[in-house]
Design a protein around this ligand. Structure first.
Ligand SMILES: Nc1nc2c(c(=O)[nH]1)N[C@H]1C(S)=C(S)[C@@H](COP(=O)(O)OP(=O)(O)OC[C@H]3O[C@@H](n4cnc5c(N)ncnc54)[C@H](O)[C@@H]3O)O[C@H]1N2
Ligand code: MOO
Length: 411
């Protein structure tokens, strides 16, 4: 990467190039072994193999009677009842010709039995059970028919969700190798900022609406939030905070102070700490002042201060960067999908646009439609209440009518 001093702040690159730079500069951080009960939402780093067969033995799939198919050749068949087998029992006694054993779902099949007659089809008379001719299903779950001991269960990169938890638990796994979570610090800056709840008493301030939002977004995509820090527009203060958080930051997210105002000091403040800038300025709307670099091994992502611009660019860059560092892969956060515009949109200028939009049912009633919100303002915040999607429109695209397919990303 070039030094901060070599790259003019006005340098503007395209969206795809900027994403490629962030992606290729970042990699998963390292592997740690974590107890299963703490592994929820983490990303599997290595393949995990089953430690046991499932089922462990041939077992009953239904409550009923374990029998031999050869004993069920007539329309009705009378068998002598000989004991029981329940889930958790040790191996039951073997089944002899002409006999049946009462069995419950999940219980081991007695040796010699090859099918279960469901309770509903049988009736008991004294110490005998009367069962019909063999039906199509044997209602037996063969040993290792779900998975065998040693079988690979989940591929590296799999997020450990509730479904993955079932599989890992079933395979008797108690610890799993997962990628380390990126430790993220959020740094907002501006003389005007005050913590939410404390702005009303001072009319010169505005609430800092980004600290908690960015911290939450980072956490939602797999980061470990380490703290939020507020700085006035002072280079010495910004530098001191940065120096302090560098001790345990994999990623510093900065909001504000990204453009060219006399008080946009963040990059200048970080330069003496070794900031290596990869880009500053990108041809997208909103988010033109976005910048990215590293200080040693720490990634630094600079978002514009306008809140909707900050959140939009965070969704496009912070979310995939966190996913990349957390082992889920950059594109895990970039699941673009097509939707049909339900209203026309205007032409696009010379920057790619990412528009706040809302999911709308198309006239067919299928939830595939999208409505681009009317007033797109990088500084507006209320618009976010309705924006559950971002719509991508490439630079130079003409106005387009209702019904056109556009690429969308969950916001
Ligand atoms: N001469 C130019 N001026 C501006 C340009 C430009 O290219 N040339 N870009 C504009 C664009 S686009 C944006 S976006 C803004 C962003 O600039 P900064 O990142 O330097 O942001 P600030 O100046 O610090 O703040 C902008 C705006 O956002 C408010 N803000 C900042 N942080 C927060 C926060 N944590 N919570 C709530 N609101 C915040 C701040 O009060 C300002 O109103 O610059 C344009 N200017
Ligand atoms: O690009 Mo700025 O991010 O318009 O608001």
């Amino acid at each position: 990467m070039a030094s901060v001093l070599e790259v003019p702040c006005a340098a503007t690159i395209g969206f795809d190039e900027a994403q490629a730079i962030v992606r290729t500069n970042s990699a998963p951080l390292g592997v740690e072994q974590v107890a299963l009960h703490k592994a929820g939402r983490r990303i599997l780093a290595r393949e995990v193999a089953a430690r046991i067969d499932s089922p462990r033995r041939d077992c009953a799939a239904m409550d009923g009677y374990a029998v031999r198919t050869q004993d069920l050749v007539r329309e009705t068949n009378r068998l002598s009842l000989q004991g029981e087998s329940h889930a958790g029992d040790t191996t039951p006694a073997p089944l002899y010709p002409g006999t049946a054993i009462r069995i419950s779902t999940g219980a081991p099949m007695p040796q010699g039995a090859d099918r279960v007659v469901v309770r509903e089809l049988a009736h008991v008379e004294g110490d005998e059970v009367i069962v019909p001719r063999a039906q199509r299903s044997s209602h037996v779950r063969p040993r290792a028919s779900d998975f065998a001991c040693g079988a690979p269960l989940l591929q590296p990169g799999t997020p450990i969700d509730a479904r993955a938890m079932v599989i890992l638990g079933a395979a008797d796994v108690d610890t799993v190798p997962v990628w380390r979570r990126p430790r993220v610090h959020v740094l907002t800056n501006g003389d005007e900022l005050a913590a939410p709840g404390s702005a009303a008493q001072d009319s010169h301030t505005i609430p800092d609406s980004l600290s908690e939002a960015l911290s939450l977004m980072a956490r939602q995509w797999g980061a470990k939030p380490m703290g939020t820090w507020q700085s006035p527009d002072r280079a010495d203060y910004l530098r001191a905070v940065t120096r302090q958080v560098l001790a345990d930051a994999d990623l510093i997210v900065v909001a504000g102070g990204a453009s060219h105002g006399p008080r946009d000091l963040v990059r200048e403040a970080m330069a003496p700490l070794g900031l290596e800038l990869a880009f500053a300025g990108i041809a997208i709307k909103p988010g033109k002042p976005l910048w990215y670099g590293t200080i040693g091994k720490t990634h630094v992502l600079g978002l514009p201060g306008n809140p909707t611009a900050a959140l939009t660019t965070a969704r496009l860059f912070l979310a995939p960067l966190v996913c990349q560092l957390a082992g889920a892969g950059f594109n895990h956060a970039l699941r673009w999908h097509p939707r049909r515009l339900i209203e026309p949109v205007g032409p696009v200028g010379d920057r790619d646009e990412f528009l706040c939009a809302s999911t709308e049912d198309a006239q067919t009633g299928s939830p595939t439609g999208v409505r681009v919100l009317a007033r797109q303002e990088a500084s507006a915040q209320m618009m976010l209440a309705h924006a559950d999607l971002l719509v991508e429109r490439r630079a130079g695209s003409p106005a387009t009518g209702e019904g056109t397919m556009v690429r969308c990303l969950r916001f």
